[in-house]
Design a protein around this ligand. Structure first.
Ligand code: ADP
Ligand code: ADP
Ligand code: MG
Length: 672
């Protein structure tokens, strides 16, 4: 085994790899960009080497610099994590040439699976089922159109070099083909420097089911069952689970065998994932399920902990052993699974605003407690700490929550409970959205396909949310109790003057607060004489009591009894109750009412990021809603639209510029 490895990544995966290395007695070297100087992965590793500026191309993608860091620190191997250099065959080759083990497959396997079109030709030869489609080298647009007509609509155009959900277009009919092809090629050229595409039949009720595989240098290849990753937005995974609901044992076995055949066809070594798209005639007809090869990811996958939970194995340990030349620890028939596991990706994004990534500081960052049960567990993998900034330079994933239970029902219940304990303040996240997805009929009854989020739109986006009343009652309770008392070393410290039992020497027995939500003011009036009562606006006062249990408030109000956690941040009050969370504003009645700022004449950046292009020039007349500019943040492109009619007076940035949130990008003059 190695004495020391370098981890060429950041965030949760760098921390996760380091944990296993430490457990195995392997020392670790972190690398970090300027933006990550105080990051958790830097503190977590034994040594750390700075490698350059915040942008990935100036740091985490600089492989000569990273190799030099490995040489300088005496690391014998490099773990690339996922993303960044993990699927870069030139880097894998450079490691080999430098006598440093690359913890991953051979360069030739990465190359063979790197382009979707070429990998399909290989898989066809290996007898792995493919989606009907065209993956030829001839890219003549007329030929591509003919092929699409032959396959039959809807079809999917994919960038052959694509990844991360980018460079894909669903085409519903021949009339839309040309435009979709052009836009797919443009995105492919910009993102991957290669505009070759392939065309596939868009399968019916598609489910994404992938198989974890592992190979060693002694010619063995095994699979570790499947993961269902059908719940997606923007063709990217949101929830991943295993076993795949409704998958028959016979089909599971055939998919496992096909995945092993795919891996063998490229002499695969290390951890890899073979992704299949599964067609189903109806949700409740498992016997109608057909699977087709989609692509192979030649690295450790984000969702690998799901497989670890059901098999009880540590896949990073297997990676290190295989890279050190050891045989796989288990044979196929020795690999067993137990229970049901599910992972939720917790991302810095706003589901109510097209999943736009958000950045900011993790002002409050409370996570569920990690626990193990007799069968099952709650695991939280992250790479951040309270107070850390989520910057625009990297992926929007903050953490992963993985739960394991006896069966799906138990796993879902544990996941929901753990999400309810995940409190993040300072930026938008998808935590409450994830809870709503779990609660949909489709998800709860495992009617899965990649359109689940779109199909459940009403339930997910037009949700009633937390009752305003409850949130105001909780905010009032917290305001009344004041900040949490400090704990002394020997137990709770009690200050008789801060006990809020209704006793007061002098002072008013009525206290009043005003809260604001969606421009509506709500007043709460607390009668502080025992027995306490609380009224909202002009409604009659109801009996009220509150006590503190750890971080939580236990509140009784009228007939209702509930637990809440309340965090104040400036004027904002974040209330977490079992049904979800809500942000309300505390109105200081003495302060001047906030003035509305008029943003009609300018276009501002909704998040920090890079300006990619402007679609208008100075002097152009524009209409409200017209696309004006494209920005990129967290590896996603966002089109910005005109806030009002007008004429472009000035462009304040140039394509390629990095801009902060709220930066004015372009000035509009009123239309003449
Ligand atoms: P897929 O969606 O193809 O299964 P994964 O879910 O494993 O792939 O990861 C999605 C992609 O997101 C990866 O290919 C990688 O490029 C990117 N990615 C995710 N997290 C990070 C990170 N912390 N740093 C860099 N890239 C990341
Ligand atoms: P990426 O490299 O971006 O991960 P994939 O080829 O793995 O690209 O496809 C990403 C997602 O797109 C899949 O998980 C699935 O949801 C959807 N998808 C891909 N191919 C098809 C298809 N032929 N029919 C329907 N959906 C598909
Ligand atoms: Mg994929």
């Amino acid at each position: 085994m190695f004495d020391k490895i370098l981890i060429a990544n950041r965030g949760e995966i760098a921390c996760r790899v380091a944990s296993t290395a430490h457990r195995m007695g392997v020392r670790t070297v972190a690398v970090y960009s300027e933006a990550d100087a105080n990051a958790r992965h830097v503190a977590w590793c034994d040594e750390a080497v700075p490698i350059g500026g915040p942008a990935p191309k100036d740091s985490y993608l600089r492989w000569e610099r990273i190799l030099q860091a490995a040489r300088d620190t005496g690391a014998q191997a490099i773990h690339p994590g996922y993303g960044f250099l993990s699927e870069n065959e030139a880097f894998a080759q450079a490691c080999a040439d430098a006598g440093i083990a690359f913890i991953g497959p051979r360069p030739s396997s990465i190359l063979a699976m790197g382009l979707k079109a070429e990998s399909k030709r290989l898989m066809e030869a290996a007898g792995v089922p493919l989606v009907p489609g065209y993956h030829g080298a001839d890219q003549d647009p007329a030929l591509l159109r003919c092929e699409a007509d032959r396959i039959g609509y809807p079809v999917l155009i994919k960038a052959s070099a694509g990844g991360g959900g980018k460079g894909m277009r669903v085409v519903e009919s021949g009339a839309d083909f040309e435009a979709a092809l052009a836009s797919c090629q443009r995105e492919a050229r910009n993102s991957f420097g290669d505009d070759a595409v392939l065309i596939e039949k868009y399968v019916q009720r598609p489910r994404h089911i992938e198989i974890q595989v592992f190979g060693d240098t002694h010619g063995q290849v095994v699979h570790l069952f499947e993961r269902d990753c059908s719940v997606q937005r923007r063709h990217q995974k949101v929830l991943e689970e295993s076993p795949a609901p409704g998958l028959s044992e016979a089909l599971r076995q055939r998919m496992g065998e096909a995945a092993v055949a795919a891996a063998r066809a490229v002499d695969y070594v290390g951890a890899g994932t073979v992704e299949f798209i599964v067609e189903q005639a109806a949700y409740d007809q498992p016997e109608s399920m057909k699977f087709f090869f989609m692509e192979m990811n030649t690295r450790l996958q984000v969702e690998h902990p799901v497989t670890e939970a059901i098999t009880g194995l540590d896949l990073v340990e297997w990676q290190l052993r295989v890279a050190a030349g050891e045989p796989l620890p288990l044979r196929q028939e020795q690999i067993r699974r137990q229970g049901h596991a599910i992972e939720a990706r917790i991302c810095a994004e706003n589901p109510d605003n097209q999943f736009l990534p958000s950045t900011g500081t993790l002002r409050v960052y409370r996570k569920p407690e990690a626990v193990s049960f007799q069968l099952g567990s709650v695991r939280f993998d992250d790479g951040v700490r309270e107070g850390d900034a989520i910057s625009p330079y990297y992926d929007s994933m903050i953490a992963k929550l993985i739960v394991h239970g006896q069966d799906r029902h138990q796993a879902l219940a544990r996941l929901d409970a753990a999400l309810a304990q995940t409190h993040i303040i300072g930026l938008a996240t998808n935590v409450q959205f994830l809870r709503r997805v779990l609660a949909t009929d489709s998800f709860a009854h495992a009617r899965l396909d990649t359109a689940l989020i779109a199909r459940e739109h009403a339930r997910l986006f037009e949700h009633p949310g937390v009752a305003t009343e409850l949130a105001c009652v909780a905010a009032t309770a917290q305001a009344w109790l004041g900040p949490r008392p400090l704990q002394s070393q020997n137990g709770p410290w009690i200050d008789p003057w801060s006990l809020r039992d209704g006793f007061q020497a002098h002072g008013p027995t009525l206290r009043r607060w005003t809260w604001r939500l969606n421009q509506t003011d709500v007043t709460t009036v607390l009668h502080t004489q025992t027995p306490m009562r609380l009224a909202i606006d002009d409604a009659p006062a109801r009996p009220f009591a509150v006590s503190r249990i750890g971080d939580e408030l236990d509140i009784a109000w009228g007939e209702q009894r509930f637990r809440a956690q309340v965090h104040h941040w400036d004027e904002q009050v974040h209330v977490f109750v079992n049904q979800g969370s809500l942000v309300i504003e505390r109105v200081d009645e003495l302060a001047h009412a906030g003035e509305q700022t008029d943003t009609g004449g300018q276009l501002t950046a909704p998040m920090p990021g890079k300006v990619l292009s402007f679609s208008v020039q100075v002097g152009d007349a524009v209409k409200v809603g017209q696309a004006l500019a494209v920005m990129e943040a967290m590896k996603m492109e966002h089109t910005l639209h005109a806030p009002a009619d007008g004429r472009v007076a000035e462009l304040l940035y140039a394509p390629g510029d990095q801009v902060p949130e709220g930066a004015e990008l372009l000035r509009l003059a009123s239309p003449d």
